[in-house]
Write a protein that binds this ligand. Structure first.
Ligand code: GTP
Ligand code: MG
Length: 148
């Protein structure tokens, strides 16, 4: 089953929005297979956001993302990479639709509260990067009520 890396950024932790982010994925029917609170090293974030290293906003992105703990998660389910991104909403919260996580809870692109992998390939890369220890195999009894 497809997996994605979702992260509650430091502003989500500080603002008490972690439960809202987790709750949306839980209520959708996706399955949580890994979760931890991490104070990420700058080097980990540089690797995570490697494709953005030449952007003018990269230094401020690094300051933002190292400003406090984040909640790192892996969620599993049908089409979870693309649907997870839809649930987060557009990168710039002023363009995120109401009903999305960013659209409901944030205003600024540099404080947009959550991250989601943008492709299946990047999800695999990010899960390895953040969860070297691996994820948890478990059977969810609700799956038969979620999938036909
Ligand atoms: P992530 O899920 O965090 O990877 O966001 P994304 O995939 O929707 O966007 P992208 O990967 O292009 O950018 C990564 C993060 O950099 C964004 O979520 C923002 O926090 C930040 N970012 C992107 N564009 C800008 C910008 O123009 N200005 C600032 N200050 N931050 C930006
Ligand atoms: Mg991205």
């Amino acid at each position: 089953m497809e997996r994605t890396y979702i992260m509650a950024k430091p502003d989500a932790v500080q603002r008490g929005l972690v439960s809202d982010i987790i709750g949306r994925f839980e209520k959708k029917g996706y399955k949580l297979v890994a979760l931890k609170l991490v104070k990420p090293a700058r080097s980990l974030l540089e690797e995570h956001y490697d494709s953005l290293k030449d952007k003018a906003f990269f230094p401020s992105l690094m300051d933002y993302m190292t400003s406090g703990p984040v909640v790192a998660m892996v969620w599993e389910g049908k089409n979870v990479v693309a649907t997870g991104r839809t649930m987060l909403g557009a990168t710039n919260p002023l363009e995120s639709a109401p009903g999305t996580i960013r659209g409901d809870f944030s205003i600024e692109v540099g404080r947009n509260i959550c991250h989601g992998s943008d492709s299946v390939e990047n999800a695999e890369r990010e899960i390895k990067l953040w969860f070297g220890e691996g994820t948890i195999d478990w059977s969810s009894h609700s799956q038969g009520w979620i999938y036909e």
